[in-house]
Ligand binder design. Structure first.
Ligand code: ZN
Ligand code: ZN
Length: 133
């Protein structure tokens, strides 16, 4: 370990490097990062990708569909907010676990934190949690 480097880093009051999951990049812009146009563009792409999955979940919520065992491994959603893979192995209905995951307290907490951290706006919280449009 280079002790000198550590001390120098502490002295100059630069923001620490942080990884932005939305941009998939490291940056040292701290809280300002979320206001940058590049980040805002990435964020809207990021959210619209997840939006298409929410559309699927809503579809299966309205029209419960029996999940055939052979396809259950494909019927899975990566929750970008919780960093959590929602498996449907063992589910009887398509997206059953996703349908119960989205309104959960844990998901809501992570979702709000994400919107706060990345500047998505709380308007999205209802959409990505409670099946409200
Ligand atoms: Zn970013
Ligand atoms: Zn989640």
């Amino acid at each position: 370990m280079n002790q000198k480097m550590k001390i120098n880093n502490k002295k100059n009051k630069k923001n620490e490097m942080a990884f932005c999951e939305v941009c998939n990049l490291n940056n040292d812009e701290g809280q300002n990062h979320k206001y940058y146009p590049n980040h805002k563009n990435s964020l809207s792409n990021f959210l619209s990708r997840f939006q298409t999955k929410i559309v699927d979940v809503r579809f299966f919520l309205k029209i419960p569909t029996i999940l055939r065992p052979g396809i259950s491994s494909r019927n899975r959603i990566w929750c970008v907010f919780c960093d959590f893979d929602i498996h449907e192995t063992g589910s009887s209905f398509a997206c059953a676990n996703a349908i119960s995951h989205l309104p959960s307290e844990e998901h809501l907490k992570k979702l709000k934190h994400f919107m706060w951290k990345y500047g998505g706006g709380m308007g999205w919280v209802g959409y990505f949690s409670g099946f409200r449009s």
